[in-house]
Design a protein around this ligand. Structure first.
Ligand SMILES: [Mg+2]
Length: 270
């Protein structure tokens, strides 16, 4: 597949954020123009992000700070998809949440039952918990021992989250800590699970063959697109390198330096 063919057949662009449209607090120079160009072509885009510590308004505020206009409904976060997943499958259950107040509010707004009591809990959900306490870790371990068949879910497998100074532990690292103690692993909702891409396509009414997942990581973004059977486009503006692409077992349809390359081809096709 060429980039031109990919553009011709795509109605929905699913963008990863960090490493794809910006790097931490630095927006790439082509991002705003690319998004406008996609709209001008009559196509749509959504942002699919594994970070579950923030909600829609937080993302809109960040994009505004970076000079990109956005609306809350353009963001599909692992928190949003986890909320939908819990509502569809565990609406009548009580959730022990190891996550931020922001994620708790999203659960409560969806009418889900959230409890701090290990007695009452029927499910565990782990998120990108920037408000983590040892009590929560202790409670989760206790639940996994005392209720061995309890439903155990985590928003995203990422071990680290980039910050302005370097990296901090993300959901995957919290899960690893619990695994060290209990030997139990959760079901992950975020990328590389296909759920994020599938929900986005469902919302936009687009088919797999009309959709592309674009991101800077093979093990999350590209694997999510491959699992959802969409087209896939890897960019080298964040985590992945050409060496990683060469060594990857499962490869994307295309790999380019950055999304600026995509914009240049779109402009030629006007
Ligand atoms: Mg990324």
């Amino acid at each position: 597949m060429t980039l031109r063919e990919l553009i011709e057949t795509t109605k929905l662009y699913l963008f990863d954020l960090d490493g794809t449209l910006y790097l931490s607090e630095d927006v790439f120079p082509f991002s705003a123009e690319l998004l406008k160009e996609i709209k001008a072509r009559g196509a749509r885009y959504m942002y699919i992000t594994n970070n579950s510590s923030k909600s829609g308004p937080d993302y809109v505020a960040k994009m505004t700070r970076l000079g990109i206009e956005s609306t809350e409904d353009e963001f599909i976060s692992s928190a949003f998809v986890t909320t939908k997943y819990m509502s569809e499958n565990y609406a009548d259950k009580c959730i022990y949440l190891c996550g931020t107040q922001s994620l708790k509010n999203q659960f409560l707004s969806a009418g889900l039952c959230v409890t701090d009591s290990t007695e009452k809990a029927d499910c565990i959900v782990i998120g990108s918990d920037t408000e983590l306490t040892f009590k929560k870790i202790d409670d989760v371990c206790r639940l996994l021992y005392e209720k061995p068949n309890i439903t155990y879910i985590a928003t995203n497998p990422d071990p680290i989250c980039p910050t302005e100074y370097g990296n901090m532990p993300d959901c995957g690292a919290i899960v690893d800590m619990i695994f060290t103690a209990t030997g139990k692993m959760p079901i992950y909702i975020g990328k590389p699970s296909p759920l994020m891409a599938e929900f986005s396509m469902q919302i936009c009414g687009c088919e797999r063959e009309e959709t592309v997942v674009i991101g800077d990581r093979l093990d999350t973004d590209i694997d999510c697109g491959l699992a959802a059977d969409t087209k896939t486009l890897l960019v080298y503006s964040g985590f992945a390198t050409p060496e990683m692409y060469e060594n990857a077992e499962k490869k994307p349809d295309l790999a380019i330096a950055d999304c600026g390359v995509l914009l240049q081809v779109m402009k030629k096709m006007r």
